[in-house]
Design a protein around this ligand. Structure first.
Ligand code: DC
Length: 208
């Protein structure tokens, strides 16, 4: 079974998807981490971020892999921590916008999704990557709450700065962020993480 979790940055996708996968014993696939890893590699290798074909070749030659825990590797390097740096936050929407890059990433995402029951989080999972996912969730949250969540993840950045960054990212990511018509919307603003996981787990039960 595939559970697709889509939504904007800071809506709670990663915590919900990871927690749900743990609870159900499903694989967890963070597709944002894959775009981040390719972005890291492009910067590392000096590939121009406006060259879609060069980025596509780079992504095709260097499939991103995950270890059992939270580790992310590309081109033989463990990039788990490095892909969360502000430099990557800024560059990743530019890389993720190229259709040529997305094509390669989707093939890899589907391949990883076929390993077994999986919770896949991203922006286009329910619409493009796995349109026949058995469960589709669209997570949303109030912008102030989303900025606060990112504040907790990223030490040292001011709230106003984060709110502005979030708005910029929403704008840049919007072209690839799609809500499936058959997705169930869950607003996480006033819910605890456990509440959200309970709700999604109930949808999974209903779909079994
Ligand atoms: O969720 P995140 O912040 O780790 O995502 C990183 C970037 O990748 C962000 O710009 C959105 C983009 N992304 C995408 O275009 N499609 C996906 N399926 C997942 C992420």
């Amino acid at each position: 079974m595939i559970v697709a979790i889509d939504g904007p940055a800071g809506a709670g996708k990663s915590s919900v998807a990871r927690g749900l996968a743990e609870r159900l014993g499903f694989h967890y696939l963070d597709t944002g981490a894959m775009y981040r890893a390719v972005t890291w590699l492009a910067l590392h290798e000096g590939i121009p971020l406006d060259d879609g074909l060069a980025l596509q070749a780079l992504a095709a030659a260097n499939p991103v892999s995950f270890d059992d825990g939270r580790g992310v590797s590309v081109a033989g390097e463990d990039v788990t921590a490095r892909i969360r740096e502000p430099e990557i936050d800024a560059a990743v929407p530019v890389v993720a916008r190229h259709p040529e890059v997305r094509e390669v990433m989707r093939v890899r995402q589907r391949e990883l999704g076929r390993l077994g029951d999986s919770v896949i989080e991203g922006r286009d999972i329910g619409v493009v990557v796995v349109p026949d996912a058995e469960v589709k969730v669209w997570l949303v949250a109030d912008p102030a709450v989303r900025a606060r969540r990112r504040h907790l993840e990223r030490d040292g950045l001011e709230m106003e700065e984060l709110a502005a960054e979030l708005r910029r990212r929403d704008e840049r990511d919007s072209v690839n962020t799609h809500r499936a018509p058959d997705a169930v919307e869950v607003d996480t603003t006033d819910l605890t993480l456990d509440d959200v996981i309970d709700r999604v787990a109930a949808l999974v039960e209903a779909a079994r």
